[in-house]
Design a protein around this ligand. Structure first.
Ligand code: 3HC
Ligand code: NAI
Length: 705
């Protein structure tokens, strides 16, 4: 019998052959809600009293062992019993307790297991302490017990990165005692418990293990590395203090220290930002089409164009289990595309993400680079990634329309162009959609699913299903110049260019944004992406540009000299032979000075606070317009786009979450004062004015949408 008599609803207690079975059943991921904590506590108390039971097994019902604390309870007052106390009582049990792990034993779930006396895991199981990714640290003994089992170095690695490890690695790291075959954690737990009974094993407490002497140098070097990598995020750095306490203090005091650091982080804005990001990434899948349509089958896909994007998309698709036929213009280009794909797969092998055998099998059986469109006759989906030119795209779609079977989805990876116009050039606009991948496409997690006027609902949900297969996050966007992400990028890039013309240097602006938490500033990003792409866009828009728009010529001057960024060794920065990091370039500063003189601008200085205020105000204002126009469904869709596609610091939660935190009235006041210099660019969005004037927030719109 699964279950037995309920102690509380989500935790059940039963006894089989002298073994107490404690089943945690709190779908979907057995999170440690108050009811689960109370249930576990009651079950352990009952086990202590139960003369029939000599050993206990805790396991999870459904797809996983406990996946951690209930994140929905964060930010609210915690209700008793508290998890550390429950775990201490499990550890204190006189009779042995076994944790039987499967699925993902994460955070508080792994901490429950570390408090148990023995741990068995199914070979498919994974464990981890991902708390730092939520802005906190393991707060139920993880920082004290893990180092006692795995040693300091492994604990520092796992806790500061939050990375999950598979069963085998968990075994090597001494986190588990046994890796069991099969699919049934309950059965594996029972079998292991029977063995322990035969061997007369006793309760064995992790907390009683001597962690050994502290290696102070190890902690110093981890602090340095982690602080550098964290880019302003506190939790990974604070977690090191907690782990160190395992070496400096006895267990009970170490647990108190851990709890106090945990509570401090729990109250931080960073925690709120990271939890917002966690739920927003899941909420983006809640789109109007979900539940109204079934995704179309996806097995064979075609890709047109095997350049930067096409080759990356091919690799992402191959890794996701799809068969890929790539079409290029001629045999040489097809061969080049094939080598690009092979190179990316080889990189994957080198980084340990894929075996050589799998790479060889994918290249031999699942990938072809050819020139004949007829090869796409049976494709389920074709993604076009040719040059960013409407005429070329239309020609490609006309050919696809002729060769693809009815029901095949025709997608474009365009960065800016009008998806409706492309759709209208086919006889099947309902099957046409934008799938906007980001570079490098096999790495970046964002996929903007750009829904045209005529795109059918099942094509939209297929886009979301594709993202899932490719382990990407899909965000639904409407059609406009640049969709969500690139439209925002255009706006904040202009704000940066205006500051440069008015007196800031590109290097000051980049430094201010790196200090904010971006991995790179906007000018370094332009150098990386290639200045020629934006130059082509500016030329395309020049004819239709509103005469009121302020235009900065600096980037054009660089492009006219052939300085396209990293690939040419020069852009805003100077790149010495092979260097990926550039140096400030006095010649660029001279070009900027000349532009200012020509326009009669007397340069003034900008401090990093003003740089940030202007950059963020431009971003938030454009984002408000995007939400107001329905291009993004909700503010959270903008946040996820910026977090997963544009390097916005995750711990700040995204621009809309950040705007709420700063206060919409403050943002509005900034916009109104900047609008006095340039009303065309800075006039506040109506949505922003409405919200600020009635004391609302973007978060309200997330809830009501
Ligand atoms: N608390 C509350 N809800 C949770 C949750 C949690 N810990 N973990 C997942 N959920 C919810 C999700 O929001 C989602 O809800 P929805 O269907 O309404 O959108 C649902 O469970 C399913 O989640 P996923 O869509 O993410 O399912 P997957 O199968 O893709 O992934 C998972 C499962 C790997 C468990 C993933 O959900 C995950 O990583 N969860 C977070 C795990 C975590 O961070 N645990 C640590 C918590 S902090 C902690 O334990 C503190 C302790 O030290 C005191
Ligand atoms: P690219 O220049 O690297 O590759 C384009 C490829 O298309 C070339 O290999 C070319 O030979 C091929 N091609 C051109 N016409 C063709 C045709 N008629 N049939 C078959 N193949 C043809 O360009 P990139 O950067 O890969 O961009 C492709 C598309 O993706 C563009 O629309 C671009 O806006 C978009 N995009 C680019 C991003 C980037 O960061 N590079 C990011 C997201 C989207």
């Amino acid at each position: 019998m699964l279950g037995g008599s309920p102690v509380t609803e989500p935790v059940r207690y039963s006894v089989e052959d002298g073994i107490a079975l404690i089943a945690v059943d709190n779908p979907p991921v057995n999170a440690l809600s108050q009811a689960v904590r109370a249930g576990l506590d009651a079950a352990i108390a009952r086990f202590a009293e139960d003369g029939e039971a000599r050993i206990a097994v805790i396991y999870g019902v459904g797809r996983t062992f406990i996946a951690g604390a209930d994140i929905r309870e964060f930010g609210k007052p915690m209700a008793e019993p508290f998890l550390p106390d429950v775990i201490n009582r499990i550890e204190a049990s006189e009779k042995p307790v076994v944790a039987a792990l499967h699925g993902t034993a994460l955070g508080g779930g792994l901490e429950v297991a570390l408090g148990c006396h023995y741990r068995v895991i199914l070979a498919s199981g994974r464990v981890g302490l991902p708390e730092v990714t939520l802005g906190i640290l393991p707060g139920a003994g993880g920082t004290q017990r893990l180092p006692r089992l795995s040693g300091a170095e492994a604990a520092l690695d796992l806790i500061t990165s939050g990375r999950q490890v598979g069963a085998q690695e968990a075994d090597w790291l001494n986190i588990v005692d046994y890796v069991a075959e099969g699919e049934d954690a309950r059965a594996a737990g029972l079998e292991f418990a029977r063995r322990l009974l035969v061997e007369e094993c006793r309760a064995r407490r992790t907390g009683e293990i001597d962690p050994g002497t502290k290696d102070a140098e190890l902690f110093t070097s981890w602090r340095e590395t982690v602080s550098r990598r964290a880019r302003g995020q506190l939790s990974p750095v604070v977690a090191i203090d907690a782990i160190e306490a395992a070496y400096d203090l006895p267990l009970a005091d170490g647990l108190v220290r851990e709890r106090s650091l945990f509570t401090e982080l729990m109250g931080s804005d960073q925690r709120a930002g990271l939890i917002h990001a966690f739920f927003a990434e899941r909420a983006v899948a809640k789109i109007p089409e979900a539940g109204t349509a079934t995704p179309r089958d996806l097995a064979r896909i075609g890709i047109i164009g095997g350049g930067t994007m096409g080759s990356g998309i091919a690799v992402a698709a191959l890794a996701g289990g799809l068969t890929v036929t790539l079409i290029e213009r001629d045999a040489d280009s097809a061969e080049r595309a094939r080598s690009l794909v092979e190179k990316l797969l080889n990189d994957g092998v080198r980084r340990g993400k894929m075996s050589e055998a799998r790479r060889d099998a994918l290249l031999a059986d699942a990938f072809a680079a050819v020139t004949d469109y007829e090869a796409l006759a049976s494709a389920d989906l074709v993604i076009e990634a040719v040059f960013e030119d409407m005429a070329v795209k239309k020609e490609v779609f006309a050919r696809l329309d002729a060769v693809c079977r009815p029901g095949a989805i025709l997608a474009t990876n365009t960065s800016y162009l009008d998806v409706d116009e492309i759709a209208a050039s086919t006889s099947r606009p309902a099957d046409v959609i934008g799938f906007h991948f980001f570079s490098p496409a096999h790495v970046m997690r964002l996929l903007e699913v750009v829904v045209g006027d005529k795109t059918s609902a099942d094509v939209v949900v297929t886009g979301f299903a594709l993202a899932k297969k490719l382990k990407k996050i899909a965000v639904r966007a409407g059609v406009c110049d640049g969709f969500i992400g690139n439209r925002l990028l255009n706006a904040y890039r202009k704000a940066a260019d205006y500051m440069v013309e008015d007196g800031a240097s590109p290097y000051e602006i980049d430094a201010a944004l790196v200090a904010f938490g971006f991995p790179m500033g906007p000018f370094a990003v332009s150098d990386l992406a290639g200045l020629d792409i934006a130059w082509a866009g500016r030329k395309r828009r020049a004819a239709t540009r509103d005469p009121r728009e302020r235009v900065v010529g600096v980037a054009d001057r660089l492009c006219e000299r052939g300085w396209f960024g990293q690939k040419t060794g020069r852009g805003y920065y100077l790149y010495e032979e092979g260097a990926r990091r550039g140096k400030p370039d006095p010649e660029v500063e001279a070009i900027i000075a000349a532009e200012r003189t020509e326009k009669g601008i007397v340069p003034r200085s900008f401090d990093s606070e003003e740089i940030l205020r202007r950059y963020m105000a431009a971003m938030i204002n454009e984002a408000a317009k995007i939400v107001e126009e329905g291009i993004a469904l909700r503010p959270l869709d903008v946040d996820v786009t910026m977090l997963s596609g544009y390097g916005f610091p995750r711990w700040r939660g995204g621009p809309m979450h950040y705007a709420d935190k700063v206060g919409l009235d403050t943002i509005l006041a900034d916009l109104r004062s900047f609008a006095e210099e340039d009303p065309y660019f800075w006039t506040p969005a109506r949505l922003l004015v409405d919200l600020a004037e009635r004391g609302g927030t973007f978060a309200d719109l997330n809830k009501s949408a």
